[in-house]
Design a protein around this ligand. Structure first.
Ligand code: UDX
Ligand code: ADP
Length: 458
């Protein structure tokens, strides 16, 4: 019989992943639970006002919700109904005590594991979906297997989906990674999860793309994979500064580097630095792990990736400062885009947040516009309301730019190049500046209109 599935945590990972698992496994029941009632209500909303925005997500949810995908706050009942339990609760960076600012805060994870043990009514497979420090599975297994009657097999199944392309990444993944104990019960649990990812009738992920490893390799691979991607972004950003100083063009350099098949073209776009919920957190976790095991040089190496990223945002502000005659106080700057990348409303660790704060320190009158991220931006910058120049927000870029001295483009939304830049120019104070930190606008066209244009790495 096919095992039913519950996912604890209805967030960015749990929601989309379970929607696609339900779609590709119509013969299994999939329940997504969360302690957050309003989040579950949003997942269940009649008009599909889902709590997260992902292209294609609504269509999948429309197809399966109420058929074999359910959202609920009754965690106990769902745990008892299902044999495979995914855990996708948040594991933010710890802000207190040992490992503060580096290690993951595992209290939500541990609380969840203890509840699972308390409520279990049979053997269960527990799947780590949240990114967790290496060896968490062993700790969880120890907590769960204090149970007298039932056996719990803990698997690590890290998620590689990127926001904005989550549904596509889930439907056609490069690979699925499943880590399990090298024991008969571990192997059996891995086989069960492989079946889920192969989908009904083997119509989902081809078997050869489901890679199985031991638990610790799986846990470490997730951190290492994100650290490698983050490191590429920091590397190209380190070259960008040099391009600005020497007259080279970072986009040209990246194009040629990426043409080497050993390197490849992806994740070589210079910009304001990486954001998002994973990169910084995972690199910091890796740093913490290295330090824990006395690998201080390796820790420093990975810390350099974060330092370079922070430096990129400081550099943006100092370049703006110089280009605007060394004073920014009371000047109006329109920030185009606040999300950490295009096609998402997510603002976690967004470079725009850091830059907004640095500009606020300079008493800039910041007008922030973004097609999706305004509600999150307002929450993130709430504490700036009591500063001398609190930011203002608008979904209309033309309103943001009116009477502004500069436009600072932070997110590469596809609508920005298509705006009427002559109209924007006419409404601004002169000299009007555009700082395109994503190199996504036509700089020559803007210069012809009359703008002063700054880019990254040019
Ligand atoms: C990332 C990983 O890609 C994914 O596999 C993992 O599961 C979660 O973390 P995500 O955070 O959604 O996904 O975004 P991603 O598309 O990887 O971009 C991360 C950040 O790097 C963004 O801020 C993006 O703007 C920046 N970036 C990316 C660059 O600055 N240059 C690039 O070339 C690529
Ligand atoms: P991620 O990006 O890892 O999916 P999110 O923060 O988007 O992280 O989602 C995590 C979800 O987990 C949140 O909706 C939160 O309410 C939920 N959560 C946290 N702790 C628990 C718990 N003990 N039981 C159920 N859900 C939980």
């Amino acid at each position: 019989m096919n095992k039913n599935i519950v996912c604890i945590g209805a967030g960015y990972i749990g929601g989309p992943t379970m929607a696609v698992i339900a779609k590709m496994n119509p013969d299994r029941k999939v329940i997504v639970v969360d302690i957050n009632k309003s989040r579950i209500a949003a997942w269940n909303s009649k008009n599909y006002a889902l709590p997260i925005f992902e292209p294609g997500l609504v269509d999948v949810v429309k197809e399966v919700r109420g058929k074999n995908l359910f959202f609920s706050t009754d965690i106990k009942k769902a745990v008892q109904d299902c044999d495979i339990i995914f855990v996708g609760v948040n594991t933010p960076t710890k802000m207190f005590g040992k490992g503060a600012g580096r290690a993951s805060d595992l209290q939500y994870w541990e609380a969840t594991a203890r509840n699972v043990a308390k409520w279990a009514n049979g053997d269960k497979i527990v799947v780590e979906k949240s990114t967790l420090p290496v060896r968490t599975a062993a700790a969880m297994s120890a907590i769960l297997n204090t149970h007298e009657k039932y056996h719990f097999e803990v698997l690590s199944n890290p998620e590689f989906l990127a926001e904005g392309t989550a549904i596509k990444d889930l439907l056609t993944p490069d690979r699925v990674l499943i880590g399990g104990a090298k024991t008969p019960s571990g192997d059996a649990a891995v086989d069960e999860l492989v079946k889920v990812y192969c989908g009904k009738g083997g119509k989902w992920v081809p078997r050869e793309r489901v890679l199985t490893t031991n638990v610790w390799s799986a846990e470490l691979t997730k951190l290492a994979a994100n650290a490698f991607l983050a490191q590429r972004v920091s590397s190209i950003n380190a070259i960008a500064g040099l391009c600005e100083a020497t007259g080279a063009d970072v986009d040209e350099v990246a194009r040629v580097i990426g043409a080497d098949r050993r390197i490849g073209p992806k994740f070589l776009k210079a910009g304001p630095g990486f954001g998002g919920s994973c990169f910084k957190k995972d690199v910091l976790n890796l740093v913490y792990l290295c330090e824990t095991f006395g690998l201080h040089t390796a820790a420093e190496y990975w810390m350099g990736v974060i330092k370079m990223n922070d430096h990129q945002q400081e550099r943006i502000v100092s370049r703006l400062f110089r280009a605007m005659f060394n004073t920014l106080a009371n000047k109006k700057i329109a920030m185009f885009g606040f999300a950490f990348k295009a096609d998402t409303g997510d603002t976690r660790e967004t470079p725009a947040g850091t830059v907004a704060r640095l500009l606020n320190d300079e008493h800039v009158c910041l007008s922030i516009t973004d097609p999706k991220a305004i509600p999150n931006a307002k929450k993130d910058l709430e504490d700036l309301l009591c500063t001398p120049t609190p930011p203002t927000y608008t979904s209309d870029p033309y309103v943001a730019a009116k009477d502004a001295d500069a436009i600072l483009l932070m997110t590469d939304w596809s609508e920005y190049p298509a705006l009427d830049w002559t109209k924007l120019y006419k409404s601004m104070r002169k000299p009007a500046l555009v700082f395109d930190t994503r190199n996504c606008l036509d700089a020559d066209k803007l210069r012809k209109i009359g703008f002063t244009v700054l880019n990254i790495g040019k």
